[in-house]
Design a protein around this ligand. Structure first.
Ligand SMILES: Nc1ncnc2c1ncn2[C@@H]1O[C@H](COP(=O)(O)OP(=O)(O)OP(=O)(O)O)[C@@H](O)[C@H]1O
Length: 634
């Protein structure tokens, strides 16, 4: 069947079908009510034209027969019909709008739920780390929330379009029955052609605009840069205002110019062409109606003439833009397409390793976590971050990971926490593939402070409790964790103590310093340890700590995390050197492994990096190494 239809029409029908498939999300009763209202709103104007013409045609006989005559009664019946169809339209128009809004809101709500479910049900983060998909998604979520050009509006718009189409067919049928099917066909063709030119152009323009999405993302980025507090300091200090203004201007121009060009090409030519057709066909049809009237018998012709003329004009008026449906059906589905692109992306993301599952519990680690010949490349990347990595992390002690930027330390943590699965090889806990444990149970065993840890805009206490949310009621435990990281004084000084929301834009909210946020993240990990986690991963945990806090960090943490398996990633050798085992990563492999003393003795990469950092202190001092803090060199 598809090959019978021109390409454009097939695409239009497919788009309409996609919108129609969204309608069940609004609920059968609501959609049925809206459909009935729209069908009535399509029929009533046609009925009004027919009844109005009958009134006009019956006036001469009614005047002649006088009140009470059958002709007068017939006039009154036609008048009542005309009045009822007019009043009906006035009553149903607001109902159409209200029902349409409800349909739109329900569809958008359901699609937003589906979007959130899809995003949250992902065990990994591959899709969410794909910048293009995430931008798509943000745009879709924005449309769904604002509900301006949303799939819900497209659904409501489709129902409203039904009213206009029924109206058009009704007028055409009146012209056909009462006058000429040829004239009716001519009118229908003229209206559909004009609509095709106009609405088709709208769709093409919307498509072109979405194709320029990446350019629009660039504009958004620059606009945010200009208005966000985050970049405000640097932009002013480095004098980047002028640069930013120029970039904004050139970026917007580069986006708008192709759009203007497309708009001229899409609208101007076709508009002139379809208008010409419209004028010719409708002129011929109206001339034929006028000529027919001049030839006919008086009473009959008056009715028919009024009916046909009104119907023809009514049909021609329907060649215009429909504000309640055209933009909505043309643009609303783009947000939904973005949602679908996202869910397709999720479907294409490799599923969890589906090996043999082992119970619901992960046993307490007893021996070793083994990255057993692990190879990993990020989705869509050719280069492997790890190639046949073989790394053993002893349970119950502290292992530090050292390596230059980009060596793969954070990626290792993502693999351990199963945010990604290895491309090859296996990660084992005491000989058992960690992928054979239920994901939630495995993650409950791990507590991680990521380098870019989250700063939740909730209370300070909740920020800590999120480490073991099922024990959020353990307020004593939360206090202990806060105490352990030395934050009690700072948090108690806040307006509502640990209940203070940590965002200034929230009522009664406050903001913490970078180092205080980092301590809070540490407290979260400690709280997780207290409630069942036994593998603690800390990625740059001291990056924002002051010197005193950093110096005391290791002692405090070793006593707090005694018995846990700790992985410590840090560029600060004063932190790293106390670890039981230090592993040096380079080129996706382990190149050195040992204690601080063993690695210094070996005089390899670790020793080189350590001395480089130590030299920074000695150069600032007397050049003889005497200025190196004792804790670093000793
Ligand atoms: N989501 C991602 N998609 C593709 N490549 C990535 C992604 N995240 C990291 N990479 C790449 O993987 C490599 C290892 O990055 P990773 O963040 O693990 O290094 P790192 O050792 O933690 O570095 P740093 O010391 O700077 O924190 C880098 O080349 C990085 O560009």
């Amino acid at each position: 069947m598809k090959w019978l239809l021109p390409d454009g029409v097939a695409r239009l029908l497919a788009a309409r079908r996609d919108i129609a498939r969204l309608l069940p999300r609004a609920g059968a009763a609501l959609v049925a009510a809206s459909a009935v209202v729209n069908v009535l709103l399509g029929l009533l104007p046609v009925l009004f034209v027919v009844a109005g013409a009958l009134v006009l045609g019956r006036v001469p006989a009614a005047v002649e027969g006088g009140t009470g005559s059958p002709a007068f009664d017939a006039l009154i019946r036609a008048f009542v019909l005309a009045a009822a169809s007019f009043v009906g339209q006035q009553i149903l128009a607001p109902a159409q709008q209200a029902l349409g809004e409800s349909v739109a809101r329900r569809i958008d709500g359901r699609v937003l739920d589906e979007l959130m479910d899809a995003a949250m049900s992902q065990p990994g983060i591959a899709a969410l780390e794909d910048a293009r998909v995430v931008e798509d998604l943000r745009a879709a979520a924005r449309e769904l929330e604002s509900g301006v050009q949303s799939p819900g509006q497209a659904g409501a718009g489709l129902l409203a379009l039904g009213a206009r189409q029924i109206q058009l067919l009704g007028y055409v049928a009146v012209v056909g029955f009462a006058f000429s099917w040829l004239a009716a066909a001519g009118l229908l063709t003229a209206v559909l052609l004009f609509r095709h030119g106009h609405v088709g152009g709208l769709r093409k323009y919307a498509g072109a605009r979405f194709d320029l999405g990446s350019q629009e993302m660039g504009n958004d980025y620059l606009r945010n840069l200009a208005t966000s507090a985050e970049a405000a300091k640097e932009i002013r200090v480095f004098g980047l205002m002028r640069w930013l203004q120029d970039r904004l201007h050139s970026s917007y121009t580069a986006w708008l110019e192709p759009l203007w060009k497309i708009r001229r090409a899409i609208y101007l030519g076709p508009f002139l062409w379809y208008t010409l057709w419209m004028v010719l066909v409708s002129g011929a049809a109206l001339a034929a109606i006028g000529t027919g009237a001049a030839d006919g018998n008086a009473g009959q012709t008056l009715t028919v003439f009024a009916m046909v003329l009104q119907a023809a004009l009514g049909a021609l008026r329907l060649a215009e833009f429909y504000p309640e449906s055209d933009l909505q059906t043309a643009i609303g589905m783009h947000a939904y397409e973005a949602v679908r692109r996202f869910t397709d992306h999720l479907d294409a993301t490799p599923a969890d390793a589906a090996g043999e599952m082992r119970g619901d519990e992960v046993p307490e680690p007893a021996g070793v976590i083994h990255f057993d010949h692990v190879t990993f490349r990020y989705p869509g990347e050719d280069r492997a971050v790890f190639e046949d990595l073989d790394l053993e992390i002893p349970v119950g002690s502290c292992t530090a990971l050292v390596g230059l930027n980009g060596a793969g330390k954070t990626t290792l943590v993502k693999l351990l926490t199963r945010l990604y699965e290895p491309s090859a090889g296996v990660i084992r806990l005491d000989g058992v593939d960690i992928a054979s444990y239920p994901l939630e149970a495995w993650r409950a065993k791990t507590a991680v402070i990521f380098q870019d840890f989250a700063r939740y805009e909730v209370s300070a206490a909740d920020n800590v409790a999120f480490g073991a949310v099922h024990r959020a009621d353990d307020t004593e435990g939360v206090r202990r964790a806060i105490e352990a990281v030395g934050l009690t004084g700072a948090l108690d000084a806040l307006p509502r103590g640990t209940a203070t929301p940590l965002a200034r834009h929230l009522e009664g909210g406050a903001e913490l310093s970078g180092g205080q946020w980092q301590r809070l993240a540490l407290a979260r990990a400690l709280f997780a340890l207290e409630h069942g986690s036994s593998v603690l991963v800390m990625d740059e945990p001291t990056a924002s700590l002051d010197v005193r806090a950093e110096a005391g960090f290791f002692e405090e943490f070793t006593s707090l995390t005694r018995g846990a398996t700790t992985m410590l990633i840090s560029h600060r050798f004063s932190t790293v050197r106390r670890a039981d085992v230090i592993v040096v990563l380079d080129g996706g492999r382990v190149i050195e492994r040992g204690s601080h003393e063993q690695l210094l003795e070996r005089d390899g990469r670790y020793a080189e990096l350590f001395r480089l950092q130590a030299d920074r202190f000695t150069d600032d001092d007397d050049g003889a190494g005497h200025g190196v803090p004792a804790e670093v060199l000793s």
